[in-house]
Design a protein around this ligand. Structure first.
Ligand code: FES
Length: 108
């Protein structure tokens, strides 16, 4: 592809309803997929930047995901940490829907 990303199928569209998230892996990378109520799709690293916890085991509230361990929150659209104790932002990845597939663009 000309955009330099490596597009990988990480889920099926029907696996993630609106307002839901799903844990996925691509090689060693743990990725969280989010399908928001506005029908937009987003992907971030699934491991919290504060300590080790999987965000998909926390709570998705609108466009914010709350970590299950210390209740830090991130905006899933841009990966920004939005409250303490978060001191680092999450990596985000582009998402593309191709028919029934959810594709995520990983760094090549
Ligand atoms: S591990 Fe996520 S807020 Fe502490």
């Amino acid at each position: 592809m000309s955009d330099g990303a490596n597009w990988v199928r990480l889920a099926g569209v029907k696996q993630i309803g609106r307002g839901e998230m799903l844990a996925a892996t691509a090689g060693k990378r743990k990725i969280a997929l989010y399908h928001l109520e506005d029908d937009s799709w987003h992907a971030t690293d699934n491991v919290c930047t504060h300590a080790f916890a999987l965000l998909t085991e926390g709570f998705l509230d609108g466009e914010e995901v709350e970590c299950p361990l210390h209740a830090g929150k991130f905006n899933v659209r841009n990966g920004k940490g939005v409250c303490a104790p978060i001191d680092g932002d999450l990596a985000t990845y582009p998402v593309r829907i191709d028919g029934a597939d959810v594709l995520v663009g990983l760094p090549a």
